[in-house]
Write a protein that binds this ligand. Structure first.
Ligand SMILES: Cc1cc2nc3c(=O)[nH]c(=O)nc-3n(C[C@H](O)[C@H](O)[C@H](O)COP(=O)(O)OP(=O)(O)OC[C@H]3O[C@@H](n4cnc5c(N)ncnc54)[C@H](O)[C@@H]3O)c2cc1C
Length: 381
């Protein structure tokens, strides 16, 4: 960030970091255990985040947001990572769902929904995955049939993040076009959607305070203006354009999580003694930490380069896929090695490293699995 525009952005980011850190310290950290037990972050915390402007960080000011870009969203991700609490899935709301409405919504749709998302009046989710398919999104079965009053939505989704709290859900569904069935995206306001129901808050091995749910659509009547954008059959292209940002977001989470793990492990291994020495004094421990530190520095540099490309509109699908699979695989290895240095305490949930390890596993799965990322890259070799 050497030119004046970048310097301004950096100053803005640092001032934003201060307010985010204060918000997390005062209103999030004290509640994390309770939210993990409840399986969900309290709705009130989302409202409070909205009041502070944190739900519209990169939403343009004319739609009620702060007018930032992904660099500002990155600050929020870094601060959530510092307290190891990505369960509060504001990054999904801000930098995954909101951009669909911003980029593909009609002016009327943007005016209606963006201010509600930025203020915290609505929590959002995106529903692509189904019980029968996740990686192969063209094969989804949920469908939206046209009728006189708009559409009728039928089908089922699963593993949907923010699924219990969301009141605005972007749903991927097949629509019949002249060229056959094609995916379109619909925006559903849940309170108006008769025939919509939520399934269980799914029990996961990590991210215990993140509400992840099944969703059911039983002949839900959607008004014509629920279609995102004005043309049917564009859903797959829209998702393909937005997925690089989602994947970069996950890559950044991986980097931040490794950075937090290093800090926690260094602190612990300096204090803990065995055979009359600190655990960190053993050459094995120091070499492991040296390896992880090297990985994190390389990963951080690559991800920062990708963020720069994204902000300039130059991040392509292959590069985002590289960032996603490589950093999340390294994250799994690094957290496992860090946990090992905690000995038995590393297996105890009261030690943050255990929670981080469990939370990290999904990173290689959601947003497109490691295998799918390699498929994307391999296509253009
Ligand atoms: C906690 C959590 C939160 C999630 N949040 C959301 C959300 O908010 N919205 C949403 O829509 N989805 C969400 N997902 C779903 C997630 O994106 C999918 O689970 C993921 O894309 C994989 O799809 P699948 O589970 O159907 O696995 P499958 O597609 O059934 O894959 C099974 C295995 O086969 C491999 N595989 C598949 N195809 C190939 C291939 N061509 N070559 C090689 N290997 C292959 C996969 O890599 C994987 O290892 C979430 C998932 C989890 C666990």
């Amino acid at each position: 960030m050497n030119n004046p525009v970048d310097r301004d952005a950096r100053e803005e980011c640092e001032s934003l970091r201060g307010s985010i850190r204060k918000f997390l310290e005062q209103e999030v950290t004290p509640n994390i255990d309770a939210w993990r037990n409840a399986g969900c972050v309290a709705r009130a915390a989302w409202r409070r985040a909205g009041e502070m402007g944190l739900l519209g960080i990169s939403t343009p000011t004319e739609y009620g947001g702060m007018g930032g870009d992904f660099r500002h969203e990155a600050v929020l991700i870094e601060e959530l990572g510092r307290i190891s609490f990505f369960d509060f899935n504001i990054p999904l709301h801000n930098a995954i769902v909101t951009p669909y409405i911003l980029h593909y919504g009609s002016e009327q749709q943007k005016q209606r929904w963006l201010p509600q998302l930025a203020s915290g009046e609505r929590v959002s989710a995106i529903a692509m995955t189904e019980p029968g398919t996740g990686s192969d999104l063209r094969a989804i079965k949920t469908n939206a049939r046209r009728d006189r009053n708009g559409y009728r939505l039928n089908g089922q989704k699963t593993f949907i993040s923010n699924g219990q709290l969301a009141t605005l859900i972007v749903v991927a569904a097949q629509t019949e076009t002249q060229a056959g069935a094609k995916v379109s995206l619909f925006v559903m306001e849940t309170e108006k959607a008769e025939g919509f129901s939520r399934g269980r808050n799914l029990e996961k091995i990590g991210a215990k305070a993140q509400d992840t749910s099944e969703l059911f659509f039983d002949d839900v009547a959607l008004p014509p203006d629920s279609l995102l954008g004005e043309v049917e059959g564009r859903g797959f292209a829209q998702m393909s354009q937005q997925l690089p940002q989602e994947r970069l977001l996950i890559a950044l989470q991986a980097v931040v999580s490794m950075e937090a793990a290093i800090a926690a492990t260094l602190a612990y291994t300096r204090e803990r003694k065995a055979f009359g020495r600190s655990i960190l004094d053993f050459q094995n421990s120091r070499f492991k930490m040296a390896e992880i530190k090297t990985t994190v520095v390389v990963a951080r540099n690559f991800v920062e380069t990708c963020i720069g490309k994204l902000v300039r509109g130059e991040l392509d699908a292959d590069t985002a896929a590289m960032a996603k699979w490589w950093t999340t695989e390294r994250q799994s290895e690094a957290l496992d090695a860090c946990l090992q240095l905690f000995g038995g305490y590393g297996y105890m949930l009261e030690y943050p490293i255990a929670q981080m390890w469990a939370d990290a596993r999904v990173q290689r799965i959601y947003g497109g699995t490691t295998e799918i990322m390699k498929e994307i890259i391999a296509r253009n070799l």
